[in-house]
Design a protein around this ligand. Structure first.
Ligand code: CA2
Length: 146
């Protein structure tokens, strides 16, 4: 199975700032662990701070991958364009949030993109990405239906 992971704005700073909210591991280090733990999965990874580039990544990865994990970060709460792209690409998408957005400021409680996704994992740290991988592996039929 080929799974793409897309991270949105500022997630390139993981591990270097605000460790009390986002932990102290860089995403690249975490992805190395994930790739070691799931040798049967091919991973592709993209990160962008730009909304339209995230739309482009969704369209690109949808052509070559079976399923997508996305953390649109701040755009989760505002982006009609990313929500539209998730609905348009015809591949299963799980949205991951490292922090529990529902226990934070009210503006983080709205997830425009999450509403377009198959499901949302929030508040379980980087483990949320692994849980998304587990879901895709244990529900291969989801790839056919999306
Ligand atoms: O909890 C999440 O994963 C978020 O998507 C993270 C976003 C935030 O705007 C969402 O409400 C919830 C912020 C990403 C910022 O990432 C940083 C990482 C390290 C240091 C500073 C920011």
């Amino acid at each position: 199975m080929h799974i793409a992971i897309i991270n949105g704005p500022n997630l390139n700073l993981l591990g270097s700032r605000e460790p009390e909210i986002y932990g102290n591991q860089s995403f690249e280090d975490y992805l190395d662990t994930l790739a070691t733990d799931y040798p049967e999965v091919e991973f592709s990874y993209g990160q962008s701070n730009v909304e339209g580039e995230i739309v482009n990544l969704l369209q690109l990865f949808a052509r070559e991958c079976d399923a997508i994990l996305i953390n649109p970060a701040g755009y989760s709460h505002t982006s009609v364009a990313i929500a539209d792209a998730i609905r348009a690409i015809g591949k299963p998408v799980i949205e991951v949030h490292i922090s529990n957005v529902h226990s934070r400021e009210p503006f983080r409680h709205t997830l425009l993109s999450g509403g377009a996704a198959l499901g949302v994992v929030s508040g379980l740290g980087l483990d949320g990405y692994r849980l998304g991988v587990e879901h895709f592996l244990s529900h291969p039929e989801a790839q056919k239906e999306a």
